[in-house]
Design a binder for this molecule. Structure first.
Ligand SMILES: Cc1cc2nc3c(=O)[nH]c(=O)nc-3n(C[C@H](O)[C@H](O)[C@H](O)COP(=O)(O)OP(=O)(O)OC[C@H]3O[C@@H](n4cnc5c(N)ncnc54)[C@H](O)[C@@H]3O)c2cc1C
Length: 475
């Protein structure tokens, strides 16, 4: 439990409205988008300024109580789950856009600004913020920084780390530092890069300077249906091998198409398709036209039929609605949804996808795939009922087996959702002891007492030995 003196400090600093302690209300904060891991916080506090974050952190350190930053709680690896007895520092109300500098193409924001709101704000200036996670209407830029989030358009534009030029960070002892530079040229050690993707384990991001990009002169979206998702994946590799880099290259399988088409996210995807690709091209009109012609040839060569092209914003938005709403559409199928996230070499997609299908068949679980195909970043989704312990156990086992298949194919543990609590146990299978020890040393340099977001990402050395020996045993 949080000591009464600490609660008193919070209430004096923030007032009762910005410090929640009612156990019923705290229920809403016990997990993120991955509902397997649940810990109810002792208190949730809502700072609105950097000075308040500093004061909260210092009060927690003095009381030796762990604290965890939280944005919108859409994370899918348990990153924002509090430690036992810990405090959640919720950034949702620290949500002001502080500056838009069109001339220098940067914006300065507080961490609780919702991703899509930044692009909406700068659109009249002909600008956009490129990283676009599918959760972008809800997730925060602070959470995006902590997860180094991706999104469909990160294929061409790069993930979050390529778009954040400077950060203001409250360190776990309450000091404030500025990392990176508005000039976008870092000198010295790139600590900005180290913070991005550290999943809230090195510091609390309190201000972000984002790079903005011009809205392209021409954008075209192609919808290409295929008989099977494997045919669609072969076309993906062929497009990249032809030297073309689309702005986005996304795939949805048959079960996802059906879920989307029977939901409010209906996009007009054909009912007779075993899989569809969404290919977006952007740039100078002449370049888009040339790429579009070549890509259509490749798609047809690989079995696409009835290719649909969208050139105006309304038509394009309709095609994207199904992709962006796919997870929401699956929410209608069962009370819970497990979203796995792994990366394999793009060329391995045609063999890895059927292997994942076999795992789910063996375990009697319904599988639907919607993923960033151009990057080989898979999202196998399993609908289940979290109230049934047997279903939960099978989902966890499916997640483990899917990870093993992806690692064996030369892949990695996460494309964008992070390691959090969920994938710690797999870290020793990807990294050597020395690699993990250097990460522990980096964390200790920032977070020596491990009061900030403890127990995330890095397994203990003892757990590493156990995990590796378990992996060596025959299944
Ligand atoms: C439907 C759906 C679709 C999704 N699609 C994508 C996608 O396309 N691409 C993608 O990358 N992700 C996707 N995600 C995952 C998730 O939305 C991202 O990881 C997102 O960045 C999390 O943001 P958040 O504000 O919800 O952060 P939270 O979930 O609240 O927190 C995530 C992590 O960030 C830390 N954190 C939060 N704020 C701060 C801060 N100010 N300072 C330091 N650490 C902080 C937390 O401690 C935690 O470790 C999706 C999730 C859902 C539910």
């Amino acid at each position: 439990m949080v000591p009464p003196t600490l609660l008193h400090d919070f209430e004096r600093l923030l007032g009762p409205d910005r410090c929640l302690t009612d156990p019923g209300v705290l229920l809403a904060y016990e997990c993120d988008g991955l509902t397997h891991f649940k810990v109810r916080p002792s208190a949730v506090v809502f700072p609105t300024t950097t000075a308040e974050v500093q004061a909260i952190v210092r009060a927690c350190v003095k009381a030796e109580i762990p604290f965890t930053p939280r944005g919108a709680g859409t994370g899918l690896s348990g990153g924002a789950v509090p430690a036992q007895g810990g405090v959640l520092i919720e950034f949702a109300r620290m949500n002001r856009i502080l500056l838009v500098d069109a001339e220098n193409r940067v914006a300065v924001v507080q961490p609780g600004v919702v991703n899509a709101r930044l692009s909406e704000t700068v659109r009249p200036l002909g600008l956009a913020y490129a990283p676009d996670p599918s959760s972008q209407t809800v997730c925060t830029l602070g959470g995006n920084a902590a997860e180094n989030s991706g999104g469909p358009h990160c294929l061409k534009y790069g993930a979050t780390t390529n778009h954040l030029v400077a950060l203001e960070v409250v360190l776990p002892d309450g000091d404030v530092v500025r990392l990176g530079s508005e000039r976008a040229f870092d000198n010295g050690i790139d600590l900005r890069g180290l913070l991005i993707g550290s999943e809230g384990t090195l510091g609390l991001v309190t201000e972000i300077t984002c790079r903005l990009v011009p809205i392209p002169a021409r954008i075209e979206t192609l919808l290409a249906p295929f008989a099977t998702i494997v045919d669609a994946c072969r076309a993906v590799s062929a497009i990249i091998a032809a030297g073309i880099l689309p702005a986005a290259l996304e795939a949805l399988d048959e079960r996802t198409i059906k879920a989307v088409e029977s939901s409010v996210y209906r996009a007009g995807y054909p009912a007779n398709a075993g899989g569809v690709l969404l290919v977006e091209l952007d740039g100078h009109p002449a370049e888009v036209d040339a790429q579009s012609a070549r890509i259509r040839e490749i798609l047809l060569e690989h079995g696409a039929f009835n290719i649909e092209a969208a050139n105006d914003p309304v038509h394009r938005a309709k095609l994207w609605k199904g992709r962006k709403g796919a997870f929401g559409a699956m929410g209608r199928l069962a009370p819970d949804l497990y979203v796995q996230d792994a990366v394999v070499p793009r060329s391995k997609l045609p063999e890895v996808l059927p292997a994942i299908g076999r795992i789910c068949d063996e375990l009697g679980l319904p599988l639907a795939n919607v993923f960033h195909a151009g990057e080989g970043n898979l999202h196998p989704n399993i609908s289940y009922d979290g109230r049934d312990p047997d279903q939960v156990a099978r989902v966890v086992e499916a997640g483990r087996r899917i990870m093993m298949v992806c690692l064996e194919a030369g892949g990695t543990l996460s494309g964008e959702h992070g390691i959090g609590l969920e994938k710690q146990e797999f870290m020793p299978l990807l990294f050597q002891d020395d690699d993990l020890q250097s990460m522990r040393l980096a964390r200790a340099a920032f977070n020596p007492q491990e009061l900030l977001n403890p127990g995330k990402i890095l397994p203990t050395p003892r757990a590493c030995v156990e995990v590796r020996s378990a992996a060596r045993k025959p299944a």
